[in-house]
Design a protein around this ligand. Structure first.
Ligand SMILES: [Zn+2]
Length: 140
């Protein structure tokens, strides 16, 4: 239901649609309508999260578990065969962030980053990628 603050137009409750006669900024008949509307809105948002979200989170955790076993420190990179990682169950479609180092994009799962070169995968760690206070990737 559209709401309007135009004085000559009838205003209606955003929940039940009944005409409103109170203040010009009134959006609901009462707290019952307001609460019902807000509950419905929260429910709609919850239903929009795809059913596959849980499975994707499981894949990301699994990727992390496998890569963290060979996780080096930020000082150097290790090289692992792409097919070896895939056979261990790494799904490279899913990661948590992207960062850049030496002009290259690195796909990160929390603090572990990887990038593919032909059939090889370079792996290193980026501790900053697991910190939530950094909002923008560094482009160099
Ligand atoms: Zn109402």
């Amino acid at each position: 239901m559209e709401s309007s603050n135009h004085p000559t137009e009838a205003r209606h409750c955003q929940d039940c649609g009944n005409q409103l006669r109170g203040r010009s900024d009134q959006r609901f008949c009462n707290d019952t309508c307001r609460n019902h509307f807000n509950r419905k809105k929260r429910q709609e948002i919850a239903e929009r999260i795809p059913v596959s979200a849980k499975e994707i989170l499981r894949i990301i955790k699994n990727n992390y578990r496998i890569l963290s076993v060979m996780s080096p420190n930020p000082e150097y990179e290790i090289i692992v065969d792409l097919h070896e990682l895939q056979s261990k169950g790494v799904n490279f479609k899913f990661f948590t962030s992207i960062t850049y180092k030496d002009g290259e994009s690195w796909y990160c799962i929390f603090d572990i980053g990887w990038r593919a070169v032909d059939e090889q995968v370079l792996i290193t760690t980026f501790p900053d990628q697991a910190k939530v206070e950094d909002h923008y990737p560094k482009f160099s």
